[in-house]
Design a protein around this ligand. Structure first.
Ligand code: PEP
Length: 252
C-alpha cells in the first residue's frame, strides 16, 4: 500500500534565506520523528537546487510548482521536465487553481504538462475542484467529473501505462486560503464520488491516491485524514510556518 502524503506548496513566497531556514526546521523534525508518510516540500523553482542539497538523502521529497508544456528548446523563461528531473525533483503540481484562474492555463496546457512530467519520470500532483459559484449552485460533482474526464481522456495512453505516476488533489477553489473547508458529510460524499469516477474510467486507476487541499491546519488535519479515501493533504499557507507544517505531519 502507498504511503500517506503530506505536501507543502510554498507558492511564490519567501527568500532564499527563509526557504533554507524553513527546510532545515522540517528536516530536523523529520530526522527526529521518522514519519511513515511521504513528506513533500514544493518551493519556488529558483530555490529547488539549494533545497535539494539540504534534503539530499533525507526522507523529504522535492516538488516543483510548475513545468513547461514543451520539451527543451526556444521557450524563454520556461523550465522543462528534464531540467526538473536533473535538479532532483520527484513531484510536480499541475492544474492548481491559481494557474487555472489567475494565469489562465487550460486543460490543453495541463495535458501537455502531464505528458512532459510522466516522460521524465516525475510524479504529477493534479489539482482540481469547483469554484464558489459552482459549489453554491450544487455543481461540485459535475465540475469534478468534467475536469477528471479531460485529464484521463487527454492523457489516456501515458496514464494507462503509468497510473502510479499520478496523484489527484481535490482542492475546492473556495477553500483555498479562506479558512473554509467542506463539511465532513460533503467530504465523504465528494471523495467517494472521485474514487468511483476514476475507477469507472479504468480498473488500473483503482490505486491512484487522492489528496485534499484547502485551508488545512494542525487543528483540522487529523479529522481530514480520517475521512475515507483521503490519502493525504496538500497544504498552502500552513506549510510556510515550520511549526504548523511539522504539527500537521505529526498529527497523522
Ligand atoms: C493550495 O493553494 O494548494 C492550498 C491548499 O492553500 P491553503 O492551504 O492556503 O488553503
Amino acid at each position: 500500500m502507498s504511503k500517506k502524503i503530506i505536501a507543502g506548496n510554498w507558492k511564490q513566497n519567501g527568500t532564499l534565506k527563509s526557504s533554507i531556514s524553513l527546510t532545515k526546521k522540517v528536516l530536523q523534525a523529520v530526522k527526529k520523528k521518522k514519519y511513515t508518510h511521504e513528506i513533500i516540500i514544493i518551493p519556488p523553482s529558483i530555490f529547488l537546487l539549494p533545497i535539494k542539497d539540504l534534503i539530499h538523502k533525507s526522507q523529504i521529497k522535492l516538488g516543483a510548482q510548475n513545468v513547461s508544456a514543451f520539451n527543451d528548446g526556444a521557450y524563454t523563461g520556461e523550465i522543462s521536465g528534464s531540467m526538473l528531473k536533473d535538479s532532483g525533483v520527484d513531484y510536480c503540481l499541475v492544474g492548481h487553481s491559481e494557474r487555472r484562474h489567475i494565469i489562465k492555463e487550460d486543460e490543453s496546457d495541463f495535458s501537455s504538462k502531464v505528458s512532459r512530467l510522466i516522460d521524465n519520470d516525475i510524479k504529477v500532483i493534479y489539482c482540481f475542484g469547483e469554484t464558489l459559484n459552482d459549489y453554491k449552485n450544487k455543481k461540485t460533482k459535475l465540475i469534478i467529473k468534467r475536469q477528471l474526464k479531460k485529464l484521463f481522456f487527454n492523457n489516456k495512453n501515458s496514464l494507462k501505462k503509468h497510473p502510479s505516476k499520478l496523484i489527484l488533489a481535490y482542492e475546492p477553489v473556495w477553500a483555498i486560503g479562506t479558512g473554509l473547508i467542506p463539511s465532513p458529510e460533503e467530504l465523504v460524499s465528494t471523495f467517494k464520488y472521485i474514487k468511483n469516477t476514476v475507477n469507472k474510467f479504468d480498473k488500473k486507476y483503482a490505486s491512484i491516491q487522492i489528496l485534499y487541499g484547502g485551508s488545512v491546519t494542525p487543528d483540522n488535519a487529523s479529522s481530514l485524514m480520517d475521512t475515507e479515501h483521503i490519502d493525504g493533504l496538500l497544504i498552502g499557507g500552513a506549510s510556510l510556518i515550520a511549526k504548523k507544517f511539522i504539527d500537521i505531519c505529526s498529527t497523522i
